[in-house]
Ligand binder design. Structure first.
Ligand code: HPA
Length: 246
């Protein structure tokens, strides 16, 4: 069964992916972020899509999430691993760490959050009690254990609108709400996958302490440095996941 990987900042390509086809798809929602790369990693079929486009230019609030997920459905994808950079809010979420969150709070706005926006007859109210696929979460957690990669399993992902980073007060409010992580792309991606009955898991890579959680300002060079370390582990983790994939 083909698995799809959506890569975010720091993962715009997958080393070792033997590309057999580049598919440009059109969807009723407009064009996806980039061509879908169909190929093999470790002998397993995968489909890779870079979320921010190629080159990396589409900001989080402008990503066509509907087109991206619709295209994956058209390609027959049943499972998605969404890799995304995040800021760490609570103490266990240190920079460089991979986190497989369990819950979501959505603070984003003005995005197309559903495939069912126009026709009330066709509206589908998906159950979103558990936003992530437990099977996929377990797959990643087990693979991390086998590969000896330090990950954190659990936590709440708070999705902000971006593209600016948050204020210290916003992060404090998110922490009081129960958020452990903050990112800009986790929603509506996860909900749209669920609307189309595609399993979805987030593989969050902590790039920085969120605003107000460390001394000083957040710099891009800090983010890039931490992401480099985190993405090396992510690549190893994905390889292991595919080894275990039927
Ligand atoms: N906030 C929101 N999104 C992010 C952050 C952050 O601090 N770091 C990486 N993505």
């Amino acid at each position: 069964m083909t698995i799809a990987i959506i890569g975010g900042t720091g993962l715009s390509q997958i080393n070792g992916l033997q590309i057999s086809e580049k598919k440009q798809l059109s969807t009723p929602f407009g064009p996806p972020s980039a061509d879908y790369l169909l190929g093999q990693l470790n002998g397993k079929d995968i489909i890779f899509l870079t979320r921010h486009g190629n080159p990396h230019i589409i900001p989080p609030h402008k990503i066509n999430y509907c087109a991206n997920i619709w295209g994956l459905k058209q390609l027959g994808v049943k499972n998605i691993i969404g890799v995304a950079a995040v800021g760490g809010i609570t103490t266990a979420m240190h920079p460089g760490r991979i986190v497989i969150p369990e819950q979501i709070i959505d603070y984003s706005y003005g995005r197309q959050h559903s495939f069912f926006e126009d026709n009330l007859d066709q509206v589908v109210h998906i159950d979103f009690t558990n936003p992530y696929s437990e099977d996929l979460r377990n797959l990643l957690i087990n693979a991390a254990q086998l590969a000896n990669i330090d990950i954190y399993s659990g936590g709440v992902y708070g999705c902000t609108q971006g593209p600016r980073l948050e204020t210290a007060a916003e992060i404090l409010r998110m922490e009081q709400d129960g958020c452990d992580l903050v990112g800009m792309t986790g929603m509506p991606e996860a909900a749209l996958a669920k609307e189309l009955d595609i399993g979805y898991v987030a593989c969050a890579v902590v790039a920085n302490w969120a605003a107000g959680k460390s001394a000083g300002e957040i710099t891009m060079s800090e983010i890039e440095q931490n992401l480099k370390a985190g993405m090396t582990d992510t690549a190893l983790l994905l390889e292991k996941v595919l080894n275990n994939w039927i």
